[in-house]
Write a protein that binds this ligand. Structure first.
Ligand SMILES: *Cc1c(COP(=O)(O)O)cnc(C)c1O
Length: 435
């Protein structure tokens, strides 16, 4: 498989280049040159396959000419060593729980697969690859976990001191070994500025082989398409249509669903469920893309005012909004609706969603009410409710027990290096580290 940039479809990159570079020079986003179809036989039999088997087949179909099957098999086995349950909520509503990975959020799927691929690509290299990440909380935890112990890769995480939750800080600072956490005496924007400045600095670039492992790396999207194939296949024998409701912020998750659809998984519709940061639902109505400053909500991982994967959505539908609305419906809700949904889904159906899953539930319910045909709806649960315990406990009045991976962290002490917001200090730190 070759990859092009959404800004230039005439230049192609190998999988290795796309993954290690992260972003093309022209500031577009990498896309697969085409979507090879999954064979009918595979789709017919998919409901009998495990998630690993489904993933391996899908990965092989898309990437098999770039990377060998034994390597893909090992990466998938190591990356997805956790459960992926589909649970029934009502007669036509199901939830696909994507939060059983080590950091209890769906970002584990992308981060762990990308880490496996990067480790594979650096193994023959004499140089170490250093990954710089700025995080406002969750992404850094998933990246730290995914790269922990990976050979030939160092990770440096910058986070704003005092501005991430105690548990999030532990998720960044308790690894050690090849993971270094810097607590920056500033904001998330300062962290991001320092990372950008490092990439643009000649002396740093000469000493280090840098990569960003950022959220728009194509290696994070591809594995997210696997769980759509799997989720669809669990209900395929019902003979009903399948609709996915995707709680969306930067729209990586929804784009990955479209990858599966382009490869032939017969998903009849995607619901782009957002909070009041409703740029894409508005675009689907008006055909105008109007980014705006993000607003803070209960589902804060989706507080995005200019979704970074919008260029990929445009690319898939060739900029045609009516083609997009044939496949994607928009839905947006405010915090009051989210909070009511958490209360109602837990009291009526005995299922406790997190704020992001609650938004997706509402988007699905809205679609199913307006389209009473033979449809199975699946909403994606992207985080364990314990990750948002304070919010969820206030709404339901019931304590949430911390699941094991988080509970274990509570008694550990982390380790981080204090850092000012000045690039000179950050540069001095980088230059003093042995590579
Ligand atoms: C990142 C995140 C989202 C949004 O996913 P996108 O791919 O950015 O649309 C939704 N829920 C949770 C819990 C997240 O961490």
């Amino acid at each position: 498989m070759k990859f092009y940039s959404t800004n230039n479809k005439n230049k192609f990159y190998s999988l290795r280049e796309a993954v290690v570079k992260g972003l093309p020079e022209d500031k577009g986003l990498f896309m697969p040159a085409y979507f090879p179809p999954l064979e009918n036989k595979f789709l017919d039999d998919a409901n009998g396959l495990s998630f690993s088997e489904t993933s391996l087949h899908t990965a092989k179909t898309l990437l098999g000419d770039s990377i060998g099957e034994p390597v893909l098999e090992r990466i998938i086995r190591d990356a997805f060593d956790f459960d992926l349950p589909l649970k029934q909520i009502t007669d036509n509503i199901y939830v696909l729980e994507l939060f059983h990975g080590p950091t209890l959020a769906f970002k584990d799927f992308g981060a762990r697969f990308m880490a496996g691929l990067m480790e594979h690509y650096v193994q023959d290299s004499a140089r170490k690859l250093t990954i710089l990440v700025a995080t406002s909380g969750d992404t850094g935890g998933a990246v730290a976990n995914a790269f922990y112990g990976k050979e030939g890769i160092e990770v440096i995480i910058l986070y704003p001191e005092g501005k991430v939750s105690g548990l999030q800080e532990k998720q960044l600072t308790t690894y050690g070994r090849n993971i270094t956490a810097l607590k920056v005496s500033g904001t998330f924007d300062d962290c991001q500025r320092l990372v950008k400045a490092a990439f643009n600095d000649q002396t740093v670039a000469a000493k280090w082989w840098l990569s960003s492992a950022n959220s728009i790396n194509i290696a994070r999207l591809i594995p997210q398409s696997f769980y759509y194939v799997y989720g669809w296949s669990r209900l395929a024998s019902s003979g009903k249509k399948t609709v996915f409701s995707v709680p969306s912020g930067n729209f990586g998750n929804l784009t990955a669903g479209l990858f599966a659809w382009k490869m032939g998984v017969p998903v009849s519709r995607f619901v782009a469920s957002t909070n009041v940061n409703d740029i894409v639902p508005q675009y689907l109505i008006s055909g105008n893309y109007r980014p705006k400053p993000s607003m803070q909500t209960l589902s804060n991982a989706m507080d995005v005012g200019d979704p970074s994967n919008f260029a990929r959505l445009q690319d898939i539908f060739k900029g045609d909004v009516s083609a997009m609305t044939d496949t994607i419906s928009g839905f947006a809700c405010n915090d009051r609706m989210t909070s009511n949904a958490i209360k109602e889904v837990s009291s009526r159906y005995g299922y406790l969603p997190d704020p992001h899953g609650a938004v997706a539930f509402l988007g699905l319910q809205d679609y199913l009410e307006k389209n009473k045909r033979d449809i199975n709806g699946i909403f994606l649960e992207t985080a364990h409710p314990a990750k948002f315990a304070e919010t969820v406990e206030k709404i339901t009045g019931t304590r949430i027990v911390l699941p094991e991976p988080l509970a274990r962290l509570e008694n550990q002490t982390g380790n981080s290096v204090p850092m000012s917001t000045s690039f000179d200090d950050f540069k001095a730190f980088l230059m003093s580290c042995t590579s």
